[in-house]
Design a binder for this molecule. Structure first.
Ligand code: ATP
Ligand code: MG
Length: 441
């Protein structure tokens, strides 16, 4: 175990005391008689001052030989300074635990990190297991952890039950074109695209349920916001209308923004994220707009879009560039959505659904709505679509035995992380991103 953390030193409550720090060499410089070793642990980094006249020749040479990412135990006194971070360690001893061979130095250099060259991007993705240690990635992973925590917190505070669905499934939720086929003992199974259909089966048992789980989609086109394996926070409520489901989506996203402000302001600032934006997303209501209005707005902007088309990323990007907070788009055309979306009883051309679009050009982060809930209607919708009934028999049964109005949504956790962190690309916020070209490392 560790006696002291770098964060203890930086907080000031170890000033003038002896500490023992365990960590990795982040950077090192100096001359023949004094070395400045920046030591990193999971909580931060601090400069350690290593002097020949304090350690003696042999120990000094040994310490000076430690290359970047060598692991070590450092003992010394914490001294407040005027320099960066305000604290440094006057080192009394250094023990190298995992040395780095000078023949094989740490491959990620600062210039590789800063280069926008696409070759460097591929290189950094190949080195992802080592890239995780960089301060930018570590920051993203901490933000990500807080986003997961906020989601669990939101639902648990409201007495939702966390519920798990299978990942091997027989049918599609989101359409066949993004289904991953898996050979399954002489048959074909698929990786789940969503927890939803199995959550609906548990809806009459639990009434309020949620999950955070991976979903899988064979997204062929590579975009800044699609992964083939992504983390999906989904919820389902019995007796819930489209409006009630939307209210949960809004409260959840605002809670995530608020928790990030409370817990991760330092991290957000360290990656130059404007905290005023996050505060705005936490504090303000999210307007609702019907699909038709969005289409008219886009047409007014000269974008080519026909009524009835789903909005793809390029269109959402244009639409959301000038949004100051997330907006809900509701009432999509029935022809744009799968059978489980409930048709609007007031106008059969539309379904009672919503997408939540994040501002700054990020676009969709939530998709949800009311479900087709009567047996008669679900059979009609399945048949209309030409979808085989067989894989969905369990889904139909939920309606046959005491069907009730219900609804829910799915939130793309990685997309929310990318948006709130201000990342250019979704792969910046997940440790090992998966897309159509990459399953390694
Ligand atoms: P898109 O049109 O952007 O592909 P979708 O309509 O397919 O999204 P839904 O099926 O409604 O998305 O899924 C719910 C949420 O899951 C989305 O709002 C999004 O946040 C997230 N999501 C969907 N597909 C992906 C993906 N391939 N990678 C990351 N997140 C995704
Ligand atoms: Mg999709």
């Amino acid at each position: 175990m560790k006696a002291d953390w770098v964060s203890d030193v930086l907080s000031g409550n170890r000033d003038h005391k002896s500490v023992e720090l365990k960590g990795w060499v982040h950077r090192t410089r100096g001359n023949k008689n004094i070395r400045f070793v920046v030591l990193r642990d999971s909580t931060g980094s601090v400069q350690c001052v290593v002097k020949r006249d304090v350690l003696g020749d042999e120990a000094f040479e040994n310490a000076a030989s430690a290359l970047i990412e060598s692991s070590m135990i450092v003992r010394g006194e914490v001294v407040p300074t005027d320099r960066q971070h305000g604290h440094e360690i006057q080192v009394e001893s250094i023990e190298i635990i995992g040395p780095v061979d000078p023949e094989r130095p740490f491959p990620i250099t600062e210039s590789a990190m800063e280069s926008a060259d696409s070759g460097e991007t591929e290189f950094l993705l190949d080195q992802r297991h080592l890239y995780l240690r960089t301060s930018r990635m570590t920051t993203m992973l901490k933000i990500r952890s807080s986003v997961f925590g906020a989601i669990h917190g939101y639902f648990r505070d409201l007495d939702f039950i966390e519920y798990q669905a299978p990942n091997f499934v027989a049918g599609a939720v989101e359409g066949g074109s993004t289904l991953f086929e898996v050979p399954y003992f002489g048959r074909t199974a698929y990786l789940t695209q969503s927890w939803q259909l199995y959550a609906e089966a548990a809806m009459p048992a639990l009434e309020r349920l949620y999950t955070i789980a991976p979903s899988f989609r064979a997204e062929k086109s590579r975009t800044r916001r699609h992964l083939t394996e992504f983390w999906h926070a989904e919820m389902e409520i019995a007796w819930g209308s489209n409006d009630e489901v939307m209210a949960h989506g809004e409260s959840l996203v605002r809670r995530i923004a608020k928790d990030l402000l409370d817990d991760r302001s330092d991290e957000l600032q360290s990656i130059d994220r404007d905290l005023n934006l996050i505060a705005r997303y936490a504090d303000n209501p999210y307007p609702r707009m019907r699909y038709d209005e969005a289409v008219e707005t886009l047409q007014g902007m000269g974008v080519e879009i026909e009524w009835g088309q789903d909005l793809d990323y390029s269109k959402e990007k244009i639409l959301t560039k000038d949004f100051d907070v997330p907006h809900f788009l509701t009432h999509y055309p029935k022809i744009a959505k799968p059978f489980y979306h409930r048709v609007d009883p007031d106008d059969g051309n539309y379904v009672l659904c919503h997408d939540l679009l994040a501002p700054e050009g990020y676009g969709e982060i939530i998709g949800g709505g009311e479900r087709t809930w009567s047996e008669e209607e679900i059979l009609k919708r399945i048949d209309e679509e030409g979808t085989p009934r067989d894989p969905y028999q369990f889904y139909i049964d939920v309606r046959t035995y005491g069907g009730v109005p219900h609804g829910g949504f799915g939130l793309g956790v990685d997309r929310v992380c990318a948006w709130l962190a201000g990342a250019d690309h979704i792969r910046e916020v997940i440790p090992f991103p998966r897309d159509s070209r990459r399953v390694t490392p």
